[in-house]
Design a protein around this ligand. Structure first.
Ligand SMILES: C=C1C[C@]23C[C@H]1CC[C@H]2[C@@]12CCC[C@@](C)(C(=O)O1)[C@H]2[C@@H]3C(=O)O
Ligand SMILES: O=C(O)CCC(=O)C(=O)O
Ligand SMILES: [Fe+2]
Length: 342
């Protein structure tokens, strides 16, 4: 009998140091601590250029998405069919969580060898400074246990909303993947040959509290996502910036009700480097808290991602299982891709 690895098992194989997990109590600090003070930077490209906005109802949607993935690795999706009140409910449940007193949130702290719960970003150990950020990671069925730790008597609403949210995001992510396959001329038979039964995914709630010195703080340091694609809902506060080759850092302007979709490492590999795995980061705000919900969509953890090579081209990467790639990223986010270069 074959056994399957869950996504949280793949992450649990890479324990973090306890001091790389516990967020500071943002309410108790009135100036930016040295530990969170980054060198000044002023590298934002402030031109008229902006991320493509795509209507899912457009008859040419596959082509538009394909082109956006190729040129940008990111786009904003409108008329995506996810009800606005679900987005608002999920956002307000996330807000309710992060508004809890620090000591309450620490009851759901991610364990050092854990994958889920409250804590700072997994990439923290790879940077000298801490980020102005707190997160809550949901994978598999852990949500009930953590929600009970946070709200012993009224966790049902939180769990219901987050479960519905993940189900809807999964359907949308499947649909987007089909459209991207179509744009890459991958036939249904080829897609079936990949033999991806189901998917594995995670939901990350992000909070970037208001910050006394926003120019010296970093919400989330530059990174690429380990996913096939990531679907992001953000509140109305700007902060997300993406790096575009030959241009530089570009801000993503929040569009009410739109979802930000970005290409992760796994689609970069699968597309044989035709799609960039877009580098992105988050800045913080002096007055307002920023909230976001990121849905990471992956093939099953044990499945193998094989680059799709067009005739006349060569494979840029060797085949890799999702599990192995997660492990390479955990060792070094920057070197993971070069480890599988052909
Ligand atoms: C399913 C995922 C994807 C993770 C790890 C795990 C749970 C949390 C995700 C994030 C969220 C914040 C940025 C990131 C870079 C991080 O540090 O944690 C992401 C990471 C990845 O995309 O690699
Ligand atoms: O908060 C954001 O806009 C981006 C979050 C993000 O990049 C992530 O969770 O991986
Ligand atoms: Fe990200």
């Amino acid at each position: 009998m074959s056994t399957t690895t869950t996504l949280s098992e793949a992450y649990r194989e890479h324990p973090l140091h306890p001091h790389h997990i516990i967020p500071i109590d943002f309410n108790s600090v009135c100036s930016l601590p040295e530990s969170h003070k980054w060198p000044k930077s002023d590298d934002l490209y402030d031109n008229k250029i902006s991320v493509p906005v795509i209507d899912l109802r457009d008859p040419r949607v596959a082509q538009l998405i394909g082109r956006a993935c190729e040129k940008w690795g990111v786009f904003q999706l409108i008329y995506h069919g996810i009800p606005l009140n679900l987005l608002k409910d999920a956002e307000s449940e996330a807000r309710r969580l992060f508004s809890l007193p620090s000591r309450q949130k620490l009851k759901a702290l991610r364990a050092p060898a854990g994958a889920t719960g409250y804590g700072i970003a997994r990439i923290t150990p790879f940077f000298d400074k801490y980020m102005w950020h707190e997160g809550f990671t949901i994978m598999g069925t852990s949500i009930h246990d953590h929600a009970k730790q946070l709200w012993p008597h009224n966790h049902a609403k939180f769990c219901d909303v987050m479960e519905t949210y993940q189900k809807k995001m999964n359907i949308l992510a499947d649909q987007l993947t089909q459209l991207i396959f179509k744009s890459l001329d991958i036939s249904e038979e080829q897609a079936e040959e990949m033999n991806w039964v189901g998917s594995s995914s995670a939901l990350q709630l992000n909070s970037y509290p208001s910050c006394p010195e926003p120019n010296r703080a970093v919400g989330l340091a530059p990174h690429t996502d380990t996913s096939l694609i990531t679907i992001l809902h953000e509140n109305s506060i700007a902060g997300l910036q993406i790096f575009k080759q030959e241009v530089g850092w570009v801000s993503v302007k929040p569009v009410d009700g739109a979802l930000v979709v970005n290409v992760g490492d796994l689609f970069h590999i699968l597309s044989n480097a035709r799609f960039p795995n877009v580098l992105h980061r988050v800045s913080v705000n002096q007055k307002r808290q920023r909230l976001s919900l990121a849905y990471f969509y992956n093939p099953p953890t044990d499945s193998t991602v094989v680059p799709i090579v067009k005739s006349g081209q060569v494979a840029r990467y060797r085949p890799v299982t999702v599990k192995e790639f997660i492990s390479l990223k955990a060792k070094s986010p920057e070197k993971a891709l070069s480890c599988i270069k052909t």
